[in-house]
Design a protein around this ligand. Structure first.
Ligand code: GDP
Ligand code: MG
Length: 382
């Protein structure tokens, strides 16, 4: 989608004189790109009308100025398309924050719970996970495995069959242990059905969450709006996480559909691994999509790595030493940022196809191989 819109902008930059006809042609290209990406036709029409209203060709003067104004107005309208314009809930320091996730089976709730927990953990919050899914076989094992890998404390039960009971016990346990955030993972069903909504309501009544996060599969495109609305009507949805947005060309469709329900999207899932999650906000998202980078996001991601916490490295560096082990640790950190493509997307000015020809996955794999080689070495003198 970004590439197609950029193509339209490129066409615009080649025009020597810009009149109503040129503007219409550009808008047509942009609208077609949005429609093929599953953005709702009404929303696309609104965007076109708004651009037409905001841009008054005759009054704009020089051609260069016209180009800039058109690009800026289109950019703003694209932001509006994916911006629900609602402030999302944030956990509060000095308080016990209870988060509950809801969503259909397979939407990515359990995966998202660990991703979120790990995200807050890296930011220094004391956070725990509760598995209140007694519907799906192996649900507790899945959460346990994820949580253990990410070093997040968890609570669940193999014997108790009542999800309300487990949710209550888990929340109570973490509260007593002075945790700051607890995330309760719930079960899903294949469809939006009353049994699921009943269970959700019972758990919600029992633990009284500060925020209910609706987790939705982002690949469902246009139907995202109907599903988000159904969940919003059934429980008090505070925010939304859209999953499986990795390399999904139609992702813009789901985002704009959810934005239309006025639910704030807080994160998007971009892969199966614990670090494959990105904070969502409209402007950086559109900026990245158009290849304009996301410096704030990059700075945030690098800050999360807490390089200064690596005492050995800091000590060595201050002495002008950089060992193989330091190199290994550095590689590990870079890989925590995500795939090479993802990092490249955050760097402004780096053309979108900068990594074309270089397979990002192969690159990442090669880095992993280096790490294995380093890990198989023994330290000198040991
Ligand atoms: P749940 O039933 O809602 O708890 O869903 P799960 O967390 O078990 O996820 C279902 C499947 O989707 C698993 O195979 C996950 O690895 C996968 N998944 C979850 N989030 C993402 C994502 O952001 N990207 C990709 N590619 N897969 C995901
Ligand atoms: Mg699950």
């Amino acid at each position: 989608l970004g590439a197609k819109i950029n193509e339209a902008f490129r066409k615009l930059s080649k025009e020597s004189d810009i009149d109503e006809k040129v503007l219409d042609a550009i808008l047509k290209d942009i609208c077609t790109a949005l429609l093929t990406s599953d953005v709702n036709v009404m929303r696309v029409r609104e965007l076109r009308d708004n651009v037409k209203k905001s841009v008054n060709i005759e009054e704009l003067g020089a051609t260069a100025n016209k180009k800039r104004v058109i690009e800026k107005v289109v950019f703003e309208e694209l932001c509006n398309l994916v911006d629900p314009g609602v402030q999302a809930w944030q956990p509060k320091k000095g308080k016990f924050n209870v988060i509950m996730t809801v969503g259909l089976q397979g939407s990515g709730k359990t995966t998202t719970c660990t991703k979120l927990a790990s995200f807050y953990h890296r930011k220094g919050w004391k956070i725990g996970l509760v598995c209140a899914d007694t519907f799906r076989a192996g649900a507790f094992d899945q959460l346990k495995q994820n949580a253990t890998k990410a070093h997040i404390p968890y609570y669940g039960s193999y014997n108790e069959a009542d999800p309300v009971q487990i949710a209550r016990e888990g929340v109570e346990k973490f509260k007593q242990e002075k945790f700051e955030i607890v995330i309760v993972d719930t079960s899903g069903r294949h469809k939006q059905e009353s049994q699921l909504f009943d269970e959700m309501t019972q758990i919600s009544n029992s633990i009284d969450p500060d925020n209910v996060i609706f987790v939705m599969d982002g690949t469902i495109g246009q139907s995202a709006e109907a599903q988000a609305t159904a969940f919003k009507d059934a429980v008090n949805v505070g925010s939304v996480v859209l999953t499986k947005m990795d390399g999904h060309a139609k992702g813009g469709g789901a985002i704009s559909a959810v934005a239309a329900t006025k639910s704030p999207i807080i994160f998007i899932g971009t892969g199966e691994h614990v670090h494959d999650i990105e904070k969502f906000s409209a402007r950086p998202f559109i900026s990245k999509m158009l290849g304009m980078g996301d410096i704030a996001g990059l700075v945030d991601a690098v800050k999360d790595l807490r390089i200064e916490d690596n005492k050995d490295l800091m000590q060595n560096l201050s002495k002008g030493i950089f060992t193989l082990k330091d190199l290994r640790d550095q590689l590990e950190m870079i890989m925590k940022l995500g795939s090479l493509n993802k990092i490249a997307g955050m760097i402004p000015g780096l053309p979108q196809d900068a990594l074309k020809g270089m397979d990002s996955e192969a690159g990442t794999k090669q880095l992993k191989q280096f790490m294995c080689i380093f890990d198989s070495m023994t330290e000198k003198g040991k």
